[in-house]
Design a protein around this ligand. Structure first.
Ligand SMILES: Cc1ncc(COP(=O)(O)O)c(C=O)c1O
Length: 392
């Protein structure tokens, strides 16, 4: 039989999606499943975006430019400028989601065996992108007080530091001081600083987001990853972008962009139109997420043995549960448990770490559901923990 590649064997399953077959079984049994596992918001996509594609009269669905529609890149540049980020059209390549932008960033900055330092827990698919790119992830545990924790991990093979700000899965928001420290560190060691800023708008309590694109002197090092998925609740559009002022980097990323021809045409039209979304949409969405966060954290804290930190941004948290193994527990929730015909699906957190054996009793919870559903989900979780622990 022909052999599967080593790379293919090393490719991790997504902890967010690997339990889907069990959720399907639970649903077939007639159980309702509350999805706390995935960052698929239930927030409506802005009308301006949906209306823009409703009555299109396109005779030939053509490829677009490999960098994306010029009109979209122009308008996007203006959007960034309006938000205080000095980003020109030439600094932007439109991609098929932030996911492809991350692949282009790794492909353009790292060779086989090179290393990227990533604070963990991190967005689980970074592991998959790293395997695809032949790159080794060097995890740095938890948050940073100084650049030192990063610095001692830098080796001759280190090419980049990758941060997610605000963070999925922790909701961690980097302060200006921390971004400045990282900037000084990457400059000192001549590294790239890749910042996944797809949750930029989602900060709460008046905290401000600091972008790597806003640091004078970091132009050659900074790469920003962005996406329409969360900002406009347009995950299915599959539109994102890679942004940098480093011309050589962008010319390299462009070669990857040319190889895959172009980003999706319809979705670019919708994403361009989405830039006209009124500020009132964001104000409502952010206040809704803040309320959801507050309710979720308050309810989780009522469960004995649960530990959770209050996220400052994005819409996720990592919760430590009083169970022996979160993987087993998450599967059991779908396979063998229900409370009056209802159960919850969570993402076991071990897949968000690259250090083996860490996060085994943690889950990631996304607060993308309505408040009453979140409250009900936590009630179910509380009962499930009791039943699970009493059965063994
Ligand atoms: C931190 C982070 N980066 C990137 C992505 C990928 O987003 P996209 O839908 O734009 O590919 C996600 C999706 O959940 C994410 O959470």
């Amino acid at each position: 039989m022909p052999k599967i590649s080593h790379k293919g064997q090393q490719m991790p399953e997504s902890p967010i999606r690997k339990l889907v077959p069990y959720a399907d079984i639970a649903k077939k049994k007639g159980n309702k499943v509350y999805h706390l596992n995935i960052g698929q918001p239930d927030i409506k996509t802005p009308e301006v975006a949906m209306n823009s594609i409703k009555n299109l009269d396109i005779k030939v669905l053509e490829y677009s430019h490999s960098a994306g529609f010029e009109s979209y890149r122009n308008k996007l540049s203006q959007y960034y400028i309006n938000h205080g980020l000095p980003i020109n059209v030439a600094d932007i390549i439109i991609t098929t989601g932030g996911s492809e932008a991350l692949l282009f960033a790794m492909g353009s900055t790292m060779d086989q065996g090179d290393e990227v330092i990533i604070p963990e827990p991190f967005y689980a698919n970074y592991n998959g992108f790293a395997v695809s790119s032949g790159v080794k992830v060097i995890p740095v545990i938890s948050t940073i007080d100084t650049g030192f924790a990063f610095e001692k991990l830098i080796s001759p093979k280190t090419k980049a530091i990758l941060i997610c700000n605000p963070g999925n899965p922790t909701g961690y928001l980097y302060s200006e001081e921390e971004i400045q420290q990282l900037a000084a560190l990457v400059k000192k060691h001549d590294l790239f600083l890749i910042a996944d800023e797809v949750y930029r708008e989602f900060t709460y309590d008046g905290d401000k987001h600091y972008s790597v694109m806003n640091i004078p002197g970091l132009e050659e090092n900074a790469i920003m990853i962005d996406s329409v998925s969360k900002r406009y609740s347009m995950c299915g559009a599959r539109i994102g972008c890679i942004v940098s002022k480093n011309k050589e980097l962008m010319a390299t990323a462009m070669k990857f962009a040319q190889a895959r021809l172009s980003p999706p045409t319809f979705a670019q039209i919708a994403s361009e139109a989405a830039l006209d979304t009124p500020q009132s949409y964001f104000d409502e969405v952010i206040s809704e997420y803040r309320e959801r966060r507050d309710i979720l954290i308050e309810e989780l804290n009522k469960i004995e043995g649960v530990k959770v930190a209050k996220p400052k941004g994005a819409f996720y948290c990592i919760a430590q549960l009083p169970v022996d193994n979160a993987d087993k527990f998450a599967q059991w929730l779908l396979e063998s448990y229900d409370l009056n015909g209802e159960t919850v699906m969570v993402a076991p957190a071990a897949g968000f770490y690259s250090t083996p054996g860490v996060g085994l009793n943690e889950v990631r919870i996304a607060y993308v559901l309505k408040k009453e559903d979140l409250i009900r989900s936590v009630q179910i979780l509380k009962d499930a923990i009791r039943v699970y622990n009493s059965k063994s």
